[in-house]
Design a protein around this ligand. Structure first.
Ligand SMILES: *Cc1c(COP(=O)(O)O)cnc(C)c1O
Length: 403
């Protein structure tokens, strides 16, 4: 083993020269493969966060690496002032896979959320006929849609907003899971209801069965767009390609990101109908890097891995196994265990951070969310034997902390 000074030196550099906008676990990763990551001191850890579901395909997937490397040798960025030979192919792949008419590619997830908001508002004015500057968008309490000023402006999390105002108007909140509250909040000026079908950052909060169907019907009755943020829940994570497929609905707009690149590159997209994405005219919206050939080649390969390796079905099967094992753990510190596919939460009646630290010491990387929740979201390619090992570690750490 190399000198343990290395990790502490790197941590010290980061603390001294970086902004402290994160509180990471002190593991300094230098390489990764599949579900495993390796730190600078040669220790290995099973990754149970998967970069917030950006590496559903596993770290450094060879097929995505090949697409990335091949394209990096050809052309990486043209800007959309010119066309490139990869964007049309990604758009066709997205259409064939999801059934949506069109897609608009961006880079980070929050940029795609902003794009969806712009599309929904412009649809509200030009198609629905809402008076200028009066459009309203309904969102859920405890939402997480990213970190731009517009988006944190409609967060209900005080820390995300505090110190960053003033914010854009035009957003109202309803509780997740309460369809009647949505119905009551809709006005003639409502253009969209924006929501996560399962709230990830809030702690894997799953609305009651039937809620999405009710929401879809209410939106349709009122000529309101149903805009689903599937940046974290989508692309296989919950055991279906999209979480909304568990309820057999068809939303008007779907936002994807994260696993769209398998972790190689920031790629996001808005998927929608001709009528919604048709509102954009040249000059209305754009991004220097959005739709660049490197991103598109990577995204095509990343999508192909999800399909070819049946990652959604794998998530459903392994997730059901993990959930049943977690539900068998008897401990006074567990408030609730919940999950959909390989996206699980153990809600404790105490801070989760010390348990995450203890799991790290055993070689399992989990990150707490909202103080008391341990979120479990391994890459979907994880071997069952590795999953079993991880569940054993979790059981042992909970037992140790239960006295
Ligand atoms: C991660 C996430 C975002 C933001 O994506 P970034 O790439 O970090 O901008 C938005 N919505 C949801 C549901 C997310 O999980």
């Amino acid at each position: 083993m190399e000198s343990p000074v290395q990790a502490s030196q790197l941590i010290a550099l980061e603390d001294q020269y970086g902004a402290h906008n994160y509180h990471p676990l002190d593991v300094v990763i230098e390489r990764a493969s599949g579900a495993w990551v390796y730190d600078v001191e040669g220790r290995k850890y099973l990754d149970f966060l998967a970069a917030y579901s950006a590496v559903n395909q596993g770290h450094c997937h060879p097929a995505i690496l090949k697409a990335f490397s091949d394209q990096a040798h050809k052309v990486t960025l043209t800007s959309r002032a010119f066309r490139n030979d990869q964007l049309p192919l990604l758009l066709k792949d997205l259409h064939d896979l999801t059934g949506f008419d069109r897609a608009l590619p961006m880079n980070s997830g929050v940029e795609a959320v902003e794009t969806a908001i712009k599309a929904a508002r412009k649809w509200g004015y030009t198609v629905k006929g809402i008076p200028a500057d009066q459009a309203e968008i309904i969102v859920c309490s405890n939402n997480f849609h990213g970190r731009t000023i517009a988006v944190v402006g409609f967060s209900s999390e005080e820390q995300y907003r505090s110190g960053f105002g003033p914010f854009a108007p035009g957003f109202r909140h309803v509780p997740l899971g309460d369809a009647e509250a949505l119905r009551a909040a809709i006005t003639p000026n409502t253009c969209a209801f924006l929501m996560e079908p399962i709230q990830g950052e809030a702690g894997i909060l799953i609305p009651p069965a039937g809620y999405l169907q009710q929401v879809a019907a209410i939106c349709r009755e009122n000529n309101v767009l149903l805009v689903l943020d599937e940046i974290q829940s989508g692309l296989g994570r919950t055991g279906k390609l999209f979480a909304y497929q568990h309820e057999g609905i068809t939303p008007d707009v779907v936002i994807i990101g994260k696993a769209l690149s398998g972790g190689y590159y920031p790629v996001s997209a808005v998927l929608a109908s001709n009528q919604v994405l048709g509102v954009f005219q040249p000059g209305d919206h754009g991004s220097t890097f959005g739709g660049n050939p490197l991103a598109c080649a990577v995204a095509r390969a990343a999508l192909k891995v999800i399909v070819d390796e049946h990652l959604a079905a794998r998530s459903a099967e392994l997730g059901a196994y993990a959930l049943s094992r977690l539900q068998q753990i008897k401990s006074p510190i567990i408030k609730e265990v919940r999950g959909k596919g390989l996206w699980l939460a153990i809600e404790l009646n105490r801070p989760a951070r010390p348990l995450c630290e203890a799991l790290k010491d055993r070689g399992l990387l989990c990150k707490e969310t909202h103080e008391t929740v341990i979120r479990l979201a391994p890459p979907l390619i994880i071997e069952k034997s590795d999953l079993t090992w991880a569940l054993d570690q979790i059981e042992a750490v909970i037992a140790q902390h239960s006295t």
